[in-house]
Structure formats: C-alpha cells, structure tokens
Ligand binder design. Structure first.
Ligand code: SAM
Ligand code: ZN
Length: 395
C-alpha cells in the first residue's frame, strides 16, 4: 500500500513530459466543481502557457551562463515544471524538486520514473523556506529558482535569495491578484508593504508592487533585481528577473522604486521617483484629488534584448502572439490607457485599437498595444491628447 493508492490519476502529456496527474473529472465530481486546488495534489492545465513560457525563458537564460545549471522547482506539485526543465533545457546538472505535501512528493517520484530525465535529481518534502536555507552554502546554491506557491510569494523571497547564485534567475508567481489589484488594500500593505490602487491598469500596478517588494527585499542582501519579463494573465502574475550581487547594483535597483499618481476623473497619471513629496495632492490637469500607489517598481518591466531573443526562439503560436505584443510594448512608458474606459467617459463607441495607435504614432508619440489588456494602449501622449484621439477615431 502506497500513499498514492487512493489517488485517482490519469496520464497526460505536456511539452516533452509524460505525467500522472489527478483526474480532475473525478475530483470535480467529488467536490462539486473542478477547481484544481481541490485535488489532493495540485495540477492546473490552464497554466500550460506559463510553463511553456518558463521553459523558453530558462532555455534562453541558460545561454548566458557559463556552467551547467542547478535548477530548483521549489513548489513542485506533480513535478511538472522540474521535469519539463529536465527534459527541455540543455546543459542542466541538477533539478531539485520540493513540496511540503507528502502525497505530492510520492507523485513527483512516480513522475520522475516515467521520464528520461538526464540531469541528476533531488527530491525533498520540506517547507520551501527550510529547503532554501539548506541550500544556501556557496556550492549548493541554484542558478534558477521557480517559486509557484498558492497565493502570495512574499514570504519566500528572502529565503530564496539566500540560495540563489550571483546572476541567478528567479521565476515568481503570485495568485493573490485581488489583493494586488487593490480590492484589499490593508492586506496588500501587510504582504507587500505597498498601497495599491483600483484602476483600469491594476494588472500593471500589481506587477510593479510585486517587483518593488522583491527588489526591496533582495536589496537587504545587496542583490539587485533586473526584470527580464513580467506579465499578467487570467488569475496570476509572473515575474522573471535576474539578481546580481553588489552594493552599487543594489543601490541602482532601489533607485527604481517610487510611486504612481493617478487621477480617477481625467485619467491623468504620472510617476514619482523615490520618496513621495508631501505637497503633491491635486491633479495638475483638473485639480481633482490624486490617488497614489506605492512604493512600487517604476523601472522597466522588460529587457527588450532578452524579449527579442525569446521571440526568435518561440515556436508555440500562443507564445509567439504574446511575445509579439510584449516586443511592441517593451520600450514604452509605465501604465496604459483602456479605450473602453475613455469611450465610456466620453459617451461614444469604443474605437479600434489600431486606429488610435496609428493616429498617436503619426503625431510622433510612442504608442503600442499591451499584453495587460486587449483594449489597452501604452503611450507617452498626455491624457488630453488621448481623449482627443479616441474622440476622433470613434465611429
Ligand atoms: C500552485 S501549486 C504548484 C504547482 C506546480 N508548480 C505546477 O506548475 O503544476 C503549489 C504547491 O506548493 C506546495 N506548497 C505550498 N506551500 C508550501 C511551502 N511553504 N513549502 C513547500 N511547498 C509548499 C503545495 O503543496 C502545492 O503543491
Ligand atoms: Zn485629473
């Protein structure tokens, strides 16, 4: 009799991996709906996009590292991520799997046996924080750490940085998006030390709050944070960032913290670098009360050179479509406008995004789509101009 005997499993293929996963049709029936977190071991088929993207990112990151990688899948569930890294990334020495759920660990062992993984493997059943500190000796640190917990990753950042090599990559998911999107400001303050705002660009604010939190926390260990690719999709946000050791670098990345000011009335917004001056309280456009979110990351969310390489490597249509948009927006300014919101204020029909982009570009402004919102426009044009362009582009 093993721990797994009572689990209802089925075999699936994902990427190059073959996996036993909980049969959600059974657990769906059993608990009344098919939420993956109701199964005894977690596997969410809706996260395949993210795992495909993560494999792409880790593969490209590998090309910048001069030695074989040690990769840590700290919240393994079925082991799907670690197994895919083991099968789909070249030049890997070790995959370390970890989950504090003993049932998950039994399934990880079973799934490892099902796949021809070349690198060495290690499997632990520990609180991830303990596992990170166990691997904080210089030689046991990881080049890549994947942090994919339930809800907030905030309490894992400091332990994780202790086990990351200089120049290492962290791939960090947060699923507590209602908190980061501004629905529960007190919880956001408690978990991330930051005030959110509810707005049509909350997805981007959420990513910036998470990045700001990460950057502040790793800077206490003299690490800098360089975002390579950050994105939001469905029920989660995800950050891929590189971390380099050095006081000057850490100081520089802390200088990318600040606030975003936002006027709900005219949608004007602007970045405040560093500490919030006490005298800015009114919108310079319409004198309405300003709202502030922060402290948060006001630096770039993307490394354009890295994104270009990812786009060249990508073959899966969902990824190429996504990366085309990210490539378009990656050199743009912080925040974006949502055309439906402006049209609603103007009481007109919402124009086509492409028409608005063409018009803004013809006026000499930066203008792109954004992956954060289908009707989003990232631009450096002032809000008054955007309102004019939306008005003239509406049919
Ligand atoms: C969202 S699931 C991971 C899914 C998996 N990475 C995937 O892509 O399918 C989160 C996993 O983390 C485990 N977990 C949650 N908190 C943990 C902790 N503090 N230490 C170790 N594992 C933890 C849970 O048992 C669960 O299996
Ligand atoms: Zn205003």
């Amino acid at each position: 009799m093993t721990l797994l005997d009572n689990l209802k499993l089925k075999v699936i293929c994902e990427g190059k991996a073959k996996l036993y996963v909980p049969d959600l049709s059974y657990y769906g029936h059993y608990v009344g709906n098919s939420e993956p977190s109701h199964a005894p071991v977690f596997y969410n088929p809706r996260m395949i996009f993210d795992r495909d993207l993560s494999v792409l990112v880790v593969n490209r990151f590998r090309s910048f590292v001069s030695e074989n990688l040690r990769i840590c899948d700290a919240f393994s569930g079925t082991g799907v991520r670690g197994i895919r890294y083991g099968l789909e990334v070249d030049g890997v020495d070790l995959i370390w799997f970890n989950d504090w759920n003993p049932l998950a660990v039994s399934l990880i062992h079973k799934n490892i046996l099902l796949n021809p993984i070349k690198p060495s493997v290690a499997v632990s059943c520990l609180d991830a924080r303990r596992m990170f500190f166990m691997n904080s000796n210089f030689n046991s640190r990881f080049h890549v750490i994947d942090i994919d917990p339930f809800g907030s990753p905030s309490k894992f950042i400091q332990p994780a940085i202790a086990s990351l090599k200089d120049g290492g990559l962290m791939c960090i998911t947060a699923t507590d998006v209602p908190v980061l999107f501004g629905k529960y400001p007190t919880t956001c303050l408690r978990r991330y030390g930051s005030i959110p705002i509810e707005s049509s660009f909350s997805q981007e604010i959420a990513v910036r709050i998470l990045l700001g939190y990460i950057s502040r926390n790793v800077s206490t260990y003299d690490f800098s944070c360089t975002p390579l690719l950050c994105y939001s999709r469905a029920h989660y946000i995800r950050v891929f960032a590189r971390f380099d050791f050095g006081v000057d670098l850490a100081n520089e990345s802390v200088s990318k913290l600040g606030y975003i000011a936002f006027c709900e009335k005219c949608l004007h917004r602007f970045v405040v670098n560093g500490i919030l001056p006490p005298d800015i309280r009114e919108c310079p456009n319409c004198n309405s009360k300003l709202h502030f979110s922060g402290p948060l990351w006001v630096g770039p969310l993307f490394d354009p050179d890295f994104i270009t390489l990812l786009r060249e490597d990508a073959t899966i249509p969902d990824l190429t479509r996504f990366l085309d948009i990210v490539l378009d927006e990656c050199r743009g300014p912080p925040t974006f406008y949502v055309l439906d919101e402006i049209s609603k204020i103007l009481k007109i029909s919402s124009p086509r995004v492409d028409d608005v982009l063409d018009e803004l570009k013809s006026m000499g402004f930066f203008a792109s789509r954004t992956h954060f919102h289908v009707k989003g426009v990232r631009t450096d044009a002032p809000s008054k101009i955007i309102f004019d362009v939306v008005r003239s582009s509406s049919s």
